[in-house]
Design a protein around this ligand. Structure first.
Ligand code: FAD
Ligand code: FES
Length: 258
């Protein structure tokens, strides 16, 4: 059984015109969440919002949890107005995590937009545990102004950034950009971002027989596997994204139905 915990907002700042970083301190230092799992935040504020909203932590330092949030609708708009000292309720940890690496794995991480949150958390969680990991990070956004500066590890990653619409390059999406890169050697790929982006990578990796996992974003209600509001079709039958996922083996998904 998951119990809600109450945290205190320590900081809230805009990183780009549409994305903000919410920093919340939770008093229980022993709370754990694995990369790929998510939380539900209560989004109280000026706009009435009845359901909690799902988010992935971006970074955790001691008791401070950082969230990278795109301002989309009522719930995220409420969160963007939180001030230091405000209280916020969180349900955590939810869902299944990314497959952990082994010591000297070669990992390809692909993030679109705020899909960077669980992907960066994977890096900051596992690199200190497995310093010999080889990680390539491919990060894409729609525009250059949406780029998020990574708070650390840039010196140990092979890092590629691409903006779909750029003054200096021909316009192309992240998958098209990936195809122009020198061949990247990897054992496992993890992908998180907009659905069309994940579909393009997953279909390609499946065709190439590459092991890859995607983190699906669905509208959620209970977040606990009860309401079946987030059901999807897989080669292994119907699954709930919130409790069987959000991480799935991309080759097992029916991308025509997603
Ligand atoms: C497992 C998981 C992890 C997530 N992690 C993050 C994160 O780290 N940072 C972040 O910014 N967002 C994340 N999201 C997406 C986030 O939950 C939604 O953007 C948020 O719930 C929108 O709430 P809202 O009230 O602001 O928008 P609403 O008013 O509910 O909706 C505004 C618009 O966004 C669309 N929308 C709402 N929820 C989703 C959703 N889950 N996926 C796609 N479109 C949606 C609606 O269709 C509508 O067009 C995650 C989603 C999931 C399922
Ligand atoms: S949100 Fe209720 S089952 Fe997934």
């Amino acid at each position: 059984m998951k119990h809600p915990v109450i945290g205190t907002v320590k900081n809230n700042r805009w990183l780009t015109p549409n994305i903000f970083e919410l920093m919340v301190a939770f008093p229980d230092h022993s709370m754990e969440i694995k990369p790929g799992q998510f939380v539900e935040l209560q989004c109280q504020g000026n706009h009435p919002v009845y359901l909690n909203r799902p988010f992935s932590p971006f970074m955790i330092r001691h008791q401070d949890w950082y969230f990278l949030i795109q301002n989309k609708g009522k719930g995220t708009n409420n969160l963007s107005h939180l001030q230091p000292g405000d209280k916020i309720t969180m349900l955590s940890p939810l869902g299944k995590p990314f497959l952990p690496p082994t010591a000297d794995n070669k990992i390809l991480l692909i993030a679109g937009g705020v899909g960077l949150a669980p992907i960066y958390y994977y890096i900051s969680h596992y690199l200190p545990l497995y310093p010999k990991l080889s990680i390539t990070l491919l990060h894409g956004t729609s525009f250059e102004e949406d780029k998020i500066e990574l708070p650390g590890y840039l010196d140990v990653l092979q890092y590629y950034f691409h903006a779909d619409q750029s003054a200096s390059q021909t316009n192309s999406n992240l998958f098209q950009y990936y195809q122009t890169l020198p061949k990247i050697d990897f054992d496992t790929a993890f992908v998180c971002g907009p659905l069309p982006m994940m579909r393009a990578f997953s279909r390609y990796f499946t065709k190439e027989n590459r092991i890859h996992f995607v983190s699906l974003e669905m509208m959620m209600a209970c977040g606990l596997g009860f309401c079946k509001g987030c059901s999807i079709s897989t080669s292994d039958g119907m699954k709930s994204v919130c409790s069987d996922g959000p991480v799935f083996d991309g080759s097992e998904l029916d991308w025509n139905l997603l």
